[in-house]
Design a protein around this ligand. Structure first.
Ligand code: NAD
Length: 439
């Protein structure tokens, strides 16, 4: 059975609610069985999923496995390995005046949860939250992004083949279908995407007092300190920025560095891009495409925001925008006014660390902050004096592959977090239990 095309969102939610009420999803055995089922889906049908990701985003096979399919497999393995331990009741200290008594906390499943995913990592960003929701013993409605239609369809076809169809439903569709879903009462809504829709989700959730996790985006800065090895810095910046053609929520959005370092870094970035994608990135099998022409037009409108160091070429028919580095970019230029979400890397010059910190703190709190430095003082100051969802020194993006770290934003970049034990916390209620003997 799959999600019947005739089944209305209200009926699907009612059906899952009935399943949850039986208690079937609560035992550890059901949860681990569902996690193994998602794992089998990913390992047995990986090539179909990779093909869909190629259709939607021109994602090469290696990247599809590394950043989506195997990413979720690792998340599942980490969860399977630790779930029993994470679920163990945690003792709490009881004040003397209540003695004799004991107290502890238990993690309760919430019930029926909604997961809404975006198009840029359309598999990972749907299934990683679903894994957390199942591990926590919930029923799930999963809504893939209509902007990645091949992946959406493949997931809608495959999930019912592997998972408990009375506990997990895929609802495909765009704004009308999602609006209809959001009118239902859920016990948690987990949304990944942009802040405008994040506000729509939070308002709909308020109607039912439903808690939300919002995984949003924004401009994630990368500070490059004086005296660092710029060949290494450029290689790491380029590989994480231009992966998925820059359409990564935690991609370094722009570089902050001093003018002297900027001149050297430009050259190193041009070399790094060449090393990754050759003379003509348009012919490189490892370089992706822009999701649609609307985003293509938006991105090409940003190419004049600075001096082109490398790239700049584009082809609308193929939704191709070359990996581009822009130098001497003014802080108020178009490319600096919104999240870029594409393969354009502006270099903005600041006098040094003080000005970089002021620049960061003048703007919305980013999803990630990156810094390349050899200085412990710089490390400490950035940690203490700035606020961001995550902070990574020496290597962008990789913090989100550490399952034992929470992944999420703060302020405009989101609220709440997930991965590993943090997913379990997100999709559970931490219940307080006190036990006072009658005798
Ligand atoms: P998107 O357009 O696919 O939208 C995300 C989801 O919202 C989709 O499922 C879509 O159907 C739904 N949606 C769209 N409009 C809606 C409406 N009016 N009402 C209800 N639902 C609606 O993806 P996007 O928002 O373009 O994704 C890009 C943004 O997401 C970027 O800002 C990026 O930084 C952010 N992002 C964040 C993370 C993260 O983990 N924090 C990950 C990826 C992307």
């Amino acid at each position: 059975m799959s999600h019947h095309p005739s089944e209305q969102p209200a009926d699907a939610v009612a059906r899952l609610r009935a399943t949850f009420a039986t208690g079937r999803t609560k035992p550890l055995s059901w949860r681990t069985q569902q996690l193994h089922a998602v794992r089998s889906l990913l390992t047995e049908r990986g090539d179909e999923l990779a093909a869909a990701l190629d259709t939607d985003l021109g994602k090469n096979r290696d990247e599809a496995y590394r950043t989506e399919i195997d990413f979720v497999v690792r998340e599942i393995d980490h969860t399977l390995e630790n779930l029993a331990e994470w679920l163990r009741p945690q003792p709490a200290e009881v004040p003397e005046r209540l003695s004799p008594a004991t107290a502890h906390t238990v993690l309760d499943p919430l019930g029926v949860v909604l997961v809404i995913a975006p198009w840029n990592y359309p598999l990972q960003l749907l299934l990683a939250p679903v894994v957390g929701a199942l591990a926590a013993g919930n029923c799930v409605v999963a809504k893939p992004s209509e902007m990645a239609p091949a992946t959406s369809k493949t997931v809608a076809d495959l999930l019912p083949v592997y998972l408990d169809t009375d506990a997990v439903v895929v609802v495909e569709g765009g704004v009308p279908e999602t609006t209809e879903l959001l009118a239902q009462r859920f016990d948690h809504i987990f949304y990944t995407g942009n802040g405008t829709v994040g506000r729509v989700v939070m308002q709909a959730a308020a109607e039912h007092l439903t808690p939300v996790t919002l995984e949003l985006g924004g401009k994630s800065p990368a500070f490059v300190d004086r005296g660092t090895d710029l060949a290494v810095v450029a290689a790491r910046l380029a590989s994480t920025k231009f992966m998925n053609a820059g359409q990564t929520c935690v991609a370094p959005d722009y570089v902050l560095t001093d003018p002297e370092t900027a001149r050297e870094l430009e050259k190193a970035l041009a070399e790094a891009v060449h090393g990754l994608y050759g003379d003509d990135p348009a012919t490189s099998p490892s370089y992706g495409r822009i999701i649609n022409t609307r985003h293509f037009d938006r991105l090409t409108g940003l190419l004049d925001s600075g001096r082109t160091v490398v790239g700049g070429a584009h082809d609308r028919a193929r939704r191709y925008v070359a990996p581009t580095v822009l130098a001497e970019v003014a802080p108020d230029s178009p490319v600096m006014r919104e999240e870029i979400f594409g393969p354009i890397l502006p270099v903005v010059e600041v006098a040094g660390l003080d000005e970089a910190i002021a620049f960061i703190n003048d703007r919305d709190k980013p999803l990630a902050l990156y810094a390349f430095t050899e200085s412990d003082t710089t490390r400490e100051r950035l940690t203490r004096e700035t606020s961001s969802g995550g902070l990574a020194f020496g290597l962008p993006v990789a913090h989100l592959t550490v399952s034992d770290l929470p992944f999420g934003g703060v302020g405009e970049s989101g609220t709440g977090n997930y991965h590993g034990r943090y997913s379990l916390a997100t999709f559970s209620h931490l219940k307080a239990v006190l036990d006072k003997p009658l005798g």
